[in-house]
Design a protein around this ligand. Structure first.
Ligand SMILES: Nc1ncnc2c1ncn2[C@@H]1O[C@H](COP(=O)(O)OP(=O)(O)OP(=O)(O)O)[C@@H](O)[C@H]1O
Length: 343
């Protein structure tokens, strides 16, 4: 039983309370941000997954977006105290996120499902409540409260094996809410969920935020998060590329010059035409493996990129390479101009 319990804890990715500490107030230093990353870096062996991230959350809903491998899950694992930063600090209300006192303030919904499929949703949440250290009666009370909160009270006696993705997500959310955490960390909660289930989940997240919870939600899909919040963190290659409301990020992008590498057969002709464009700040001709290439510095990518496209077509240029050289700008552009930005 002991090993089964431990397996269940790990399976659901929960940070259980210690039995003798359940019910006591959490690690709480009033005035400290709920979640704070201070120059936090994480290496997996030789892979730098998170690079000097500084981030502060105080409340509301924050969307965390980034392409595959951008470092979102690593950031969330650090926030939930499952990993320790190699350098820097991650804290919850002033306490190291790795510390069990901090974990009591955090609820976590992992990306992957790891249920005992033969259990009912209610049975699973109840077991998780017991593992949190609540006695039978309190565990039952909390189980019913969270199942009601996530809209599963009347469907929780069915086996998990028969649940839709949306129902599974709600059960994960229910177990994360058992200890009434201040911060809810949700890793890709919308992935694979149909549009109706998705809207219901978005409504649920909004209700939780209205009740005072702080939510940190990762997603590949900016459009989905855009409906939920305008506080967005964009990640690229382990770094925070931009933080703010979407209008702020768009503005930042318009003001921030981007450097673009363009390798074409008629480099000099294209360079001359590009220099006439109003948003181009400079063009440098550089040597490439297959002939000369251009490094173009420009403002206002929304206007600049379509204009480049027109020049290349008019010059009948054969393009070998066209890519932003700045990873952050690349990521932001991917999201703001090209949809999801998934690579
Ligand atoms: N346990 C690990 N060992 C080695 N490298 C890892 C490990 N976990 C993640 N990485 C690497 O760290 C980087 C960041 O990964 P992470 O999973 O945090 O990104 P992500 O944005 O969540 O991506 P995805 O959307 O694909 O889950 C990637 O290069 C990934 O390959």
């Amino acid at each position: 039983m002991r090993s089964a319990e431990l397996k269940t804890r790990r399976a659901a990715g929960v940070s259980p309370l210690l039995p003798d500490e359940a019910g006591k107030p959490g690690a709480d230093a009033p005035g400290s941000p709920l979640l704070l990353f201070e120059q936090a870096s994480k290496w997996y062996g030789s892979v730098l997954a998170l690079n000097q991230v500084t981030l502060e959350l105080t409340g509301g809903i924050t969307g965390l977006v980034g392409a595959n491998g951008a470092g979102k899950s690593t950031l969330l694992r650090l926030a939930t105290g499952q990993l320790r930063p190699t350098l820097g600090r991650v804290s919850i209300r002033g306490t190291d996120a790795w510390d069990w006192r901090a974990r009591r303030l955090v609820g976590y919904c992992p990306d992957a499902d790891a249920f005992y499929e033969d259990m009912t949703g209610r049975g699973f949440v109840l077991v998780m409540a017991r593992l949190c250290g609540y006695d039978r009666r309190e565990a039952r009370r909390r189980t019913e409260a969270v199942l009601t909160l996530v809209g599963m009270a009347d469907r929780a006696d069915r086996r998990i094996a028969g649940y839709s993705k949306g129902m599974r997500q709600r059960i994960k959310l229910a177990q994360a809410l058992l200890h009434d955490p201040a911060l809810l960390v949700l890793d890709e909660p919308l992935s694979g969920i149909d549009p109706i289930g998705r809207q219901e989940l978005l409504d649920l997240f909004q209700r939780l935020a209205a009740q005072g919870k702080c939510l940190l939600i990762s997603s590949h899909e900016l459009e989905a998060l855009e409906k939920l919040t305008n506080h967005v963190v964009i990640m690229a290659r382990g770094r925070v590329a931009a933080v703010g409301t979407l209008p702020q990020i768009r503005e930042l992008l318009d003001d921030h010059p981007v450097s673009v590498r363009i390798d074409v057969d008629v480099a000099r002709e294209v360079a001359r035409r590009l220099l006439d464009l109003p948003d181009v700040l400079g063009v440098e001709v550089v040597a490439g493996a297959d002939g000369p290439g251009l490094v173009v510095k420009a403002r206002n990518p929304k206007r600049f990129f379509p204009a480049v496209g027109r020049v290349l077509i008019e010059e009948h240029a054969e393009v070998r390479r066209l890519e932003p050289l700045d990873e952050s700008a690349h990521a932001i552009l991917g999201y703001l101009l090209g949809g999801s930005g998934r690579t």
